[in-house]
Design a protein around this ligand. Structure first.
Ligand code: FEO
Length: 394
């Protein structure tokens, strides 16, 4: 693929993965890209690599700009294998003796992944590397997304190479935000909700620190998806909003169902919520991937979960979504639980316990209906929905 020119002497030489549909449990229906960046100055730096099967494609892209052996420095912003999997092949092509810059934990983690005697140069936060006329500055960004993560900033061009930060699982020849349109933000939201939300407090502090430092950011180059050159401030603002866990007047009613009883309840609760003027969305778990559900949870003020009772437990798919949600740590939500049952009926209590563990503000004991809901039961669900909607509006 032809490299994408970002600025004079700065190129995206990465690759597009059109076919990936599952990224460690995250549904990537738009594919993804593994971006890698070449900065050509008096010295030449390669920032990040790609997933192992794409190593030759990366080398082919680099070769359209420069002989890989002319690369002086390799920089690893993040150890995860989608960015380092091809390092052995790349170091072989570039020269095994070339310096490899990374964070201190990057050196430790890369050594755990690859048994090589590479010339590691662990860098501290704020440390710089001169390329001649231009300078790279390293910013420690621990836990965005791994303990080893860091950003690299090209000072003279005001370009931030942000690794997983500000990324999106999006495959396209439209490499910039002004070319990809609204889909870039849709996928950025999904990425944040599913990869980064649990680190929200840390991300908030980091962005506030970067903003306070006054460094100029004209272009943000993540390792996945489009490059933000038109409105880099917009994605930074969205990261601030998501990291503060600011929500909309919106509720999601997430449920599974066996014989439609819990589904009837879910729709009635969603209707009750919408009668208060709050946007409500019923989501059948087996019609929507958990990563899509989590994207909706990201900006929902209320999360209501319904489950039938199966073998004295909540339905397994409901447990899956709650476990996933709990790990990603949404906070400050209004919560509700409901469900149907045949004879034992534990599911509502079990669902509510999971939501209480997430410190959701639970609204009453949710409806719990035996077998098939009748007219009064449905009315009770509508009323429960209204209570949730009113709590959102408070
Ligand atoms: Fe894109 Fe955390 O790797």
């Amino acid at each position: 693929m032809k490299p994408t020119k970002i600025a004079e002497g700065v190129y995206d030489v990465g690759v597009i993965d059109w076919n990936i549909r599952d990224f460690h449990g995250y549904s990537t229906y738009r594919g993804t890209s593994y971006n890698a960046f070449l900065v050509v100055d008096e010295k030449v730096a390669l920032i990040d690599t790609v997933k192992a099967p794409f190593a030759d494609e990366l080398l082919g892209n680099i070769s359209q700009i420069i002989d890989p052996q002319k690369i002086d420095y390799v920089i690893s912003n993040h150890t995860e294998m989608d960015h380092s999997g091809s390092l052995p092949r790349i170091m072989q092509a570039v020269g095994e003796n070339k310096p490899l810059y990374c964070s201190k934990l990057g050196a430790k983690n890369l050594a755990s992944h690859f048994p090589n005697a590479w010339d590691y140069h662990p860098v501290k936060d704020g440390e710089e590397l001169s390329l001649g006329k231009r300078t790279l500055s390293f910013i420690e960004t621990r836990m965005i997304h791994w303990p080893d993560s860091m950003f690299t900033y090209l000072k003279e061009d005001h370009i931030l190479f942000s690794s997983d930060g500000f990324g999106q699982h999006y495959a396209g020849f439209d490499k910039f935000d002004d070319q990809a349109g609204s889909e870039a933000m849709v996928q950025a939201k999904k990425y944040y909700a599913n990869i980064l939300l649990l680190y929200a407090p840390r991300i908030l502090k980091l962005i506030e620190k970067v903003v306070a430092s006054g460094i100029q950011i004209d272009v943000i180059c993540p390792d996945h998806g489009v490059i933000w050159r038109k409105e880099p401030a917009k994605i930074i603002d969205m990261y601030l909003k998501w990291s503060r866990q600011e929500t909309e007047k919106k509720a999601v009613v997430i449920y599974d169902t066996m014989w439609k009883s819990t589904e009837i309840m879910a729709k009635a609760i969603a209707e009750g919520i919408s009668l208060t003027g709050v946007q409500a969305k019923p989501i059948h778990i087996r019609s929507s991937h958990r990563s899509e559900i989590m994207t909706d949870v990201l900006d929902a003020a209320a999360v209501v979960v319904g489950s039938p009772t199966l073998n004295n437990q909540m339905f397994p798919t409901v447990a899956d979504v709650l476990t996933y949600m709990k790990g990603l740590k949404p906070v400050g939500r209004i919560g509700g639980a409901f469900g149907s049952y045949g004879w034992s009926g534990e599911s509502v209590r079990l669902v509510a316990a999971e939501m209480e563990a997430m410190k959701f503000q639970m609204i009453d004991a949710g409806p719990r209906i035996q077998y098939v809901p009748g007219g009064d039961d449905i009315e009770a669900c509508v009323e429960y929905g209204k209570k949730i909607g009113e709590a959102v509006l408070k």
